[in-house]
Design a protein around this ligand. Structure first.
Ligand code: 4HQ
Length: 244
């Protein structure tokens, strides 16, 4: 899968050169192109932003350099051109899965107060928000989207860990332990060292249900609506006092 990222600050994307995404790029499973929007400015000072019409605080990204950058990257093709914006559609695991089906995404990072509305109207196909808070620019949001989407691309990580994890099957994860069996007086739950695989699976399922009830009852209601809870799950939740 290919990602092209348009930004005024390509240096902010250094984290993509570490760990799992670095390996996936080296293996050719994903590729990430960084493009400095300023490279498409045509004046002597390479100006990419200007004061807003009508006055007010901050600066607005100029239409012409950004539009030229998008058109140069997209050429004659039609990949989704995604703007990271607090006005966008909320980013969820379901949206990450949907985007991971695409062969190519173009991500546009706004900075300052945002971009000229006319570029949004003519060249942006989709807007995504990573949450209800305000960042200084779209760069960190773009990295969040690339990370969450790239790890769903076959071959980037071990596929077994994806199906069971939080937010893909609607429950939070069970607690994890590794050696030593006792640490600072705290023992690992005995069931995990018992060798009874069926009992381990049952305990883990119950821990997931209990945690989700305590921390994210909203997720539990959605999991039930989506038919993700069986009669054993519902009986255990009733024992815990879940009223739904
Ligand atoms: N910004 N989710 C303002 C965000 C944001 C978010 C990106 C700040 C765009 C102009 N992006 N710039 N939240 O706060 O995606």
């Amino acid at each position: 899968m290919r990602f092209d990222i348009l930004t005024l600050f390509p240096g902010m994307f250094a984290p993509l050169e570490e760990s799992i995404l670095k390996r996936a790029q080296q293996a050719g499973t994903i590729s990430i192109g960084l493009h400095n929007i300023r490279d498409w400015a045509t004046d002597r000072h390479r100006t990419a932003d200007d004061a807003p019409y009508g006055g007010g605080a901050g600066m607005v990204m100029k239409a012409a350099p950004l539009a030229a950058a998008i058109r140069a990257v997209v050429e004659e093709a039609a990949p989704p051109v995604i703007l990271l914006s607090p006005d966008g559609e909320p980013f969820t695991q379901a949206l990450a899965s949907e985007l991971a089906q695409q062969p190519w995404l173009v991500l546009v990072c706004g900075h300052y107060e945002g971009l000229d509305e006319r570029v949004r109207e003519s060249l942006i196909s989709r807007e995504i928000s990573i949450g209800d808070y305000v960042l200084t620019g779209g760069e960190l949001a773009a990295m969040v989207v690339v990370d969450a989407v790239a790890r769903l691309v076959p071959g980037v990580i071990d596929g077994e860990s994806i199906a069971e994890e939080s937010h893909s099957d609607g429950l939070l994860e069970y607690p994890h332990y590794t050696r030593p069996a006792v640490w600072e007086g705290r023992a690992v739950p005995a069931i995990l060292t018992s060798g009874h695989h069926g009992e381990v699976a049952k305990w883990r399922r119950r821990e997931r249900l209990r945690r989700t009830l305590v921390r994210r009852p909203d997720m539990l209601r959605r999991a039930r609506e989506q038919g993700l809870l069986d009669k054993h799950d519902l009986a255990y939740l009733a024992e815990l006092g879940w009223e739904g």
